[in-house]
Design a protein around this ligand. Structure first.
Ligand code: AMP
Ligand code: TRP
Length: 343
């Protein structure tokens, strides 16, 4: 069922900004992977609706995410890059997956537990009151994610460890579908943790991952930050007082983070870089210069791309994705035994 080269599928939520951790930990890997595997990348705008949004917000975020993905080097002719809601089969198979998934197995998803707690918990109207922020979609989200993957006869899903539980569920649902409706109805995918992309820590709180939600702006380098801003943030990065440059993430998280970033930016090894420095100042200067050089071509491409370029690229992607999804969806409809509409 799968193409000659193994097919990989990955999804990313549209969000207004992309930081250095996203780039070094995920997007750079996607760019490399497109030349090795049959790569399908989806901007999951329907998933974004699980949290409350303003009118138009998702459209803007989807455009900037698409523009960013093109700027980091995804080539719409080489991979398949598309927007989830452009391919209607996602919503269709998503429903079928909701009907296949058990309430109990969805309730065990730790991401749902974490996110719903952060939104104030699940009220039932009697105790805690109705909580409209925790949507039913937030609960059934993993069923839609399973549909995303299964629609493309995906062999491998390269996502971080935080998504392991969702991919395990996807596998369980694929096996269940096959055993109920016929072997080989869908391809059972495998989870693969991508090659150790750098884990980038917050510059101000180096024990925590660089992330959208945690910490101050000063601790997060945005891919689109101007060179002077990058320099300033790195110069102010938290280190320690012992003055020794050594790669030791447990005892020296700040200095080790700088070494990791420098290494990831230059293709070097943090342990090998450490002995080249005796002071923090030069390490910071070199790290800032390396990050600025790394991001400069991405920033240039980002500003060169017009809205028209982005929508054209997404159009190509939607056509390629639909061609696959239509066939797989028809196979599933037939296996389940949904009545076909009159021709
Ligand atoms: P998120 O923005 O958390 O949804 O993450 C999108 C992608 O970027 C995921 O594949 C993450 O594993 C990766 N990522 C996010 N933050 C970091 C970080 N600080 N270091 C490395 N990778 C990250
Ligand atoms: N749930 C993923 C995340 O939050 C995004 C995602 C949606 C995804 N559908 C997917 C990832 C399918 C891999 C495969 O990061």
């Amino acid at each position: 069922m799968s193409a000659q080269r193994p097919r990989v599928f990955s999804g990313i939520q549209p969000s207004g900004s992309t930081h250095l951790g996203n780039y070094l930990g995920a997007l750079r890997n996607w760019t490399a992977l497109q030349h090795e595997m049959d790569s399908v990348y989806c901007i999951v705008d329907l998933h974004a609706l699980t949290l409350p949004k303003q009118p138009g917000e998702v459209r803007l975020d989807t455009m900037s995410m698409a523009r960013m993905l093109l700027a980091v080097g995804l080539d719409p002719e080489v991979c398949t890059l598309f927007v989830q809601s452009h391919v209607h089969e996602h919503a269709e198979l998503g429903w079928i997956m909701q009907c296949l998934a058990g309430f109990g197995e969805l309730r065990r998803m730790t991401q749902f537990k974490d996110k719903s707690e952060r939104l104030g918990g699940v009220g039932d109207g009697d105790n805690g009151g109705p909580n409209a922020s925790v949507s039913a979609g937030l609960f059934t989200y993993p069923a839609l994610q399973a549909a995303d993957v299964l629609l493309y006869d995906t062999d491998v899903v390269p996502v971080g460890d935080d998504q392991r539980q969702h991919i395990e569920l996807t596998r369980d649902l694929a096996l269940r579908l096959n055993s109920r409706f016929g072997e080989n109805t869908v391809v059972v995918p495998e989870h693969r943790i991508p090659p150790a992309g750098a884990r980038v820590m917050n510059l101000q709180y180096p024990e925590q991952k660089m992330s959208k939600s945690v910490g101050s702006d000063a601790g997060t380098i945005e891919v689109l930050d101007e060179p002077r801003k990058i320099e300033k943030k790195i110069k102010r990065a938290v280190t320690d007082n012992d003055g020794e440059v050594r790669f030791d993430p447990v005892h020296k998280p700040g200095v080790s983070n700088l070494l990791s970033i420098l290494a990831a930016a230059t293709g070097d090894d943090p342990e090998k870089l450490a002995p080249q420095y005796t002071q923090y100042g030069p390490l910071k200067t070199d790290t800032a210069a390396a990050v600025i050089d790394l991001l400069a071509p991405v920033q240039k491409r980002y500003s060169d791309l017009s809205d028209g370029d982005v929508t054209d690229a997404l159009g190509i992607g939607a056509d390629k994705a639909s061609a696959v999804a239509r066939v797989v969806m028809q196979r599933i409809r037939t296996a389940i035994g949904l009545l076909s509409p009159a021709p």
